[in-house]
Every structure is written in structure tokens, then in C-alpha cells.
Write a protein that binds this ligand. Structure first.
Ligand code: ADP
Ligand code: MG
Length: 252
């Protein structure tokens, strides 16, 4: 069953066409991967999907709702979150605090602030949930460390933790294992597989196909702002051996 689709999304930066009629379809519960050489438009596409850039034309649908050009804050209510290519933790705050700010606190809304006991209860539940996530990601022993002191790989995990706090339906990730050692990269994808079992859908952009190939359900290849190849399951093998695909990677 389809959860997300784009229809003919086009995006210009000035006169430069970064996305040219891009249509993709993501099934619920799948790990859909987009690959392509640097500058293909992968980040631009997920920026449009997650509301960080506005499309010039085309549509984006999530669970049959038209979500084209909605703001990221609004997409959060639909159950869409994203992580960034470069993790953006608040470096002076602790690991736990960074996870906690992944969520919206009802105490911040004036109407709820009156009910202090409700707010305290909510805080307690949030800390509990944050610790469960930290345990899942094997970061709980670092809960009171400043986020700025984490390794690059740990920061990537922290980014995932922040996304999980919002209990999303769809997690969109831009190069989650860029610059991460192979061992930790597989750890990250094993976490993704565990979350997939809980019904979370993943749309991931990644450069390093060698590591992620074994985990994916559906593959798209982008080049020059267009989808040039696509396949699911058994077809994926054919996609990566497609001469068009091989050629752009040799040039990369
Ligand atoms: P990828 O993620 O596949 O490496 P991007 O989506 O980041 O590619 O970029 C696609 C193209 O759009 C590149 O040529 C890039 O230089 C250009 N581009 C990306 N963002 C901007 C921007 N904000 N302004 C102008 N050009 C941009
Ligand atoms: Mg990119």
C-alpha cells in the first residue's frame, strides 16, 4: 500500500532545473532508497517532500493528503520527520535533552500550562520514552554527556533518536551513514530494520550502495534531476547492473 508519492515534481534554483518531473512512490513499511551521483538532486527532492524547499510544480501526497509545499512543522502532525546529512544537535545540551526536544511539550501551549500536574506527568512520560529510545540506540550510558562531545557516528544515532521521539509514520533520512565506519553503518541500518518491523516507513538517500543494498525493498536512481531507473525486490539487481546506472557511477 502506498503511503507517499510525488507527481512530476519540478524545482528550479534560478534558471537551473534541479528536479525535472520527479515521480516516486513509497509503500508503507518499506525501506525505499534513492541513490545517484553528487548533484543529482537527491537532497533537493527530500527537501521538497519534507517542506524545507518549495516545489515550482508537481504534487506530493502522503496517505492521500495533498501535502505539497506544507511547512515542516505541519508535516510533523502528519507523521513525517527527517534527519539531515550533517547532524544538527544542540552541542551544549546533553544527549537526553537533545532527544527530549524532538518532541513538542504541551506545557508550552498557554491553555495547557494551567494544568501543571498534567504537564509534570507529560514530562515524566517523555523522559521515560526518551530513555527507551536511548537504550534502543545503545546511547543510554551517554545520556548526560554534551551532544558536542559525541563521535560522528553517535551523532547520527542521536539524530535518529530525535526523529523517533515524534513517533513518526515516515522517517526521511539524508545520507544517514555518510562518514560513518562500516561497523556502525550496519548498526544504524539494523536499527532501521527493527523500526521497520514496528511499521515505520523509511525513505533514505544514500551514496554508499555497497552497505545498504542488503536492507532495501525499493530502489530509485537519480541523475541530473531525473529518475533514470527503478526497481523493487528481485528487480533491484537489474537496476544496479543497468548500463545507464553503471555509466553514471563510473563518471562519479
Ligand atoms: P545531491 O543531494 O544529489 O548531491 P542536491 O539536491 O544537493 O544533490 O543538488 C542538486 C543540484 O542543485 C546541484 O547541482 C546543486 O549544486 C544544486 N543546488 C542545490 N541546492 C541549491 C541551492 N540552494 N541553490 C542553488 N543550487 C542548489
Ligand atoms: Mg545530498
Amino acid at each position: 500500500m502506498e503511503i507517499l508519492k510525488t507527481e512530476n515534481v519540478t524545482k528550479y534554483f534560478g534558471d537551473f532545473k534541479a528536479l525535472n518531473n520527479v515521480s516516486i512512490s513509497v509503500n508503507k513499511g518499506d525501506l525505499t532508497l534513492i541513490i545517484g551521483p553528487n548533484g543529482s538532486g537527491k537532497s533537493t527532492l527530500i527537501n521538497v517532500i519534507t517542506g524545507f524547499l518549495k516545489a515550482d510544480s508537481g504534487k506530493v501526497y502522503f496517505e492521500e493528503n495533498d501535502i505539497t509545499n506544507k511547512e515542516p512543522e505541519e508535516l510533523y502532525y502528519y507523521g513525517i520527520v527527517r534527519t539531515f546529512q550533517t547532524p544538527q544537535p544542540l552541542k551544549e545540551m546533553t544527549v537526553l535533552e537533545n532527544i527530549l526536544i524532538g518532541n513538542i511539550n504541551p506545557g508550552e501551549e498557554p491553555i495547557n500550562a494551567i494544568f501543571y500536574s498534567k504537564w509534570l506527568k507529560f514530562e515524566e512520560e517523555m523522559v521515560e520514552r526518551a530513555f527507551k529510545i536511548l537504550e534502543f540506540l545503545k546511547l543510554s550510558h551517554l545520556y548526560d554527556r554534551k551532544a558536542g562531545s559525541l563521535s560522528g557516528g553517535q551523532m547520527k544515532l542521536l539524530e535518529i533518536g530525535r526523529a523517533l521521539m515524534t513517533e513518526p509514520k515516515l522517517i526521511v533520512m539524508d545520507e544517514p551513514i555518510a562518514g560513518v565506519a562500516p561497523g556502525l553503518a550496519h548498526d544504524i541500518f539494523n536499527h532501521v530494520i527493527e523500526l521497520k518491523k514496528k511499521g515505520i516507513t523509511f525513505l533514505i538517500v544514500e551514496h554508499r550502495l555497497d552497505i545498504v543494498l542488503q536492507y532495501i525493498d525499493h530502489l530509485y536512481v537519480m541523475f541530473n534531476g531525473e529518475i533514470i531507473a527503478e526497481g523493487r525486490g528481485k528487480e533491484i539487481e537489474n537496476v544496479i547492473n543497468d548500463p545507464k546506472v553503471v555509466e553514471i557511477y563510473i563518471g562519479d
